[in-house]
Design a protein around this ligand. Structure first.
Ligand code: ZN
Length: 424
C-alpha cells in the first residue's frame, strides 16, 4: 500500500517536503527550508550554529526527523540514523531555497534528481559562493518527460512554468495510482503551455498535491503577464531622466535576459552587486557589469546610462548615488520579496530619506486563485492536497474531487481506497 505524508509546507508558504512510501521504499519530493520572514526561531540576527546547523534545525522542527536521509556526521549524537538505506530517493522541483535548501545535508548515497536547468543554476550559485548550507549537493538530471524507475515507483518529471528556469512537476506512479505534485506553478508566465501540458499529462491522477500560495486573503500577489513586466521596465527606462535602481530576483534568468536586452536598447548598462555578477557570468549571460568595475564617479557623471541592482546589505550606497526626483527605484520581485518581509519597511525608509520614487513592476511566480482552481479542474484528481499555503482551505475542490487538508509530520495518508476512475 502506498502512503503520502507531509513534512513541511503546512500553513506556510515554502518548505515543501512530500514523502511517498511503499513496501519500505521512499520517494521524497522537495527538501526545502522554512521561509517565514519575521517569524520563527531563526530570524533577524539569529542563525543556526555553525557546525550544528542541521541539528539546530532538526530540534526546532525546521528539518524533518526522518531516518536514513542525512549524512551520518551531520546527525551524530542524535537518536536518528544517518546514511542511505538504499531505498530512498529525492526529487527536487526547482532551485528556490524553500524547495531545495536542505539538500546540502543529504547523504551522497541518496540519489538526488532535478531538471538540467536546476542543476545548472545550483552549480552557478556554488561557483559564485552562494551554495546551500551543509555542503555541495550532487544532482542527477532527468530530461523533460523522462522517467526514473526506483524500487516499486516510476517517477516522471515534467517542465512547468514558475519564476525560475527548470521548474518541474512530478508524477509518482505507485501501486495505488499516481500522485502528482505541481511544485510551484503559474499560468501567467512566459510558458503557460508547460503548466497546461503537465495538467494534461497527470489528468485523472489518484492524488494531486498543489501549491496554494495565493489562496490567503491577506496575500498581495500580482499576476500580470511577464510581457507586461517587460513593458513596464522599458517604460520606466524611457521616462526616467536620471538613475534607475532596481531589485530583481536574479534566479529569474529569463527576466534578467529580457531586462539586459531592454536596457541595452535604451543605451543603459545594468550594474550588479559582485556576487550576483559572478552568478550571472557563471551561467554565461552577457554583458554582465558590476558596480565595482564601473565606479561611483562614472555613475554620478552619467546616471542616465545605468540601471543599478541594489542589494539589501548595500542600502547605504543610496547616500552616494544620484537619487531623488529624476531617479526611480523599481521593485521587480527581488529582495525584500514583499511587504510581509520586515526588510520591506527598511527599504521604504531609505527611499523616503533619499526622496526616491518607488515603482513596483513585478509579477508573482504563483498561479492566481482562479488559475489554481482551473488547474485542479483540468487534472480532475480523486484527491487534492493543497500545500504551500497559509490558507489551504480556500482551495475549493470541483465535483468528484475530495479535498484533504494535510497535517504536518507522521500522519500517513493511504493512497489506496475508493475505486479508481482509471489511471492516466
Ligand atoms: Zn518557488
Amino acid at each position: 500500500m502506498a502512503t503520502v505524508s507531509f513534512w513541511g509546507g503546512i500553513g506556510v508558504i515554502g518548505s515543501s517536503k512530500i514523502l511517498i512510501e511503499q513496501d519500505g521504499w521512499r520517494v521524497l519530493l522537495d527538501f526545502g527550508l522554512d521561509f517565514t520572514p519575521g517569524r520563527g526561531l531563526f530570524r533577524g540576527p539569529v542563525s543556526p550554529r555553525p557546525g550544528h546547523a542541521l541539528k539546530d534545525r532538526l530540534r526546532t522542527g525546521g528539518a524533518p526527523w526522518l531516518p536514513h536521509l542525512y549524512r551520518p556526521e551531520a546527525v551524530q549524537g542524535l537518536d536518528l540514523p544517518g546514511g542511505s538505506d538504499g531505498r530512498t530517493a529525492l526529487f527536487i522541483t526547482h532551485a528556490h531555497l524553500d524547495h531545495i535548501g536542505l539538500t546540502g545535508w543529504v547523504d551522497p548515497a541518496v540519489p538526488l534528481y532535478c531538471s538540467p536547468d536546476t542543476q545548472r543554476l545550483m552549480e552557478a550559485l556554488a561557483q559564485s559562493g552562494q551554495d546551500v548550507e551543509g555542503g555541495h549537493p550532487r544532482f542527477q538530471v532527468i530530461p523533460d518527460g523522462g522517467t526514473i524507475a526506483f524500487g516499486p515507483f516510476r517517477v516522471t518529471r515534467y517542465p512547468v512554468d514558475h519564476d525560475v528556469i527548470g521548474a518541474s512537476g512530478y508524477a509518482v506512479e505507485t501501486d495505488d495510482g499516481i500522485l502528482a505534485f505541481t511544485g510551484d506553478i503559474r499560468l501567467h508566465g512566459r510558458h503557460p503551455e508547460l503548466s497546461l501540458a503537465f495538467a494534461d499529462a497527470v489528468h485523472g491522477a489518484r492524488a494531486l498535491v498543489i501549491e496554494g500560495t495565493t489562496l490567503s486573503q491577506g496575500f498581495q500577489h500580482i499576476t500580470i503577464p511577464e510581457s507586461e513586466v517587460d513593458r513596464r521596465f522599458a517604460s520606466a527606462l524611457a521616462q526616467t531622466p536620471g538613475l534607475v535602481m532596481m531589485t530583481l530576483y536574479p534566479r529569474n534568468i529569463e527576466r534578467v535576459t529580457a531586462f539586459l536586452a531592454l536596457a541595452q536598447n535604451q543605451g543603459r548598462r545594468i550594474l550588479w552587486p559582485e556576487p550576483t555578477a559572478r552568478f550571472l557570468r557563471a551561467l554565461g549571460l552577457q554583458p554582465i557589469d558590476s558596480l565595482a568595475d564601473t565606479g561611483l564617479d562614472e555613475i554620478v557623471a552619467h546616471p542616465e546610462g545605468y540601471v543599478v541592482q541594489m542589494a539589501l546589505d548595500e542600502l547605504p550606497l543610496l547616500l552616494d548615488l544620484p537619487t531623488g526626483p529624476g531617479s526611480v527605484f523599481l521593485h521587480a520581485n527581488g529582495e525584500p520579496l514583499g511587504p510581509f518581509d520586515p526588510a520591506w519597511e527598511v527599504l521604504q525608509d531609505w527611499l523616503k530619506w533619499t526622496h526616491t520614487p518607488f515603482w513596483p513592476i513585478g509579477t508573482g511566480g504563483h498561479a492566481s486563485p482562479d488559475d489554481l482552481h482551473r488547474l485542479v479542474e483540468w487534472v480532475a484528481p480523486e484527491i487534492v492536497f493543497p500545500l504551500h499555503s497559509q490558507e489551504p482551505d480556500r482551495l475549493i475542490p470541483p465535483p468528484g474531487t475530495v479535498r484533504w487538508l494535510p497535517e504536518r509530520g507522521g500522519r500517513r495518508y493511504p493512497l489506496s481506497g475508493r475505486s479508481r476512475r482509471g489511471t492516466p
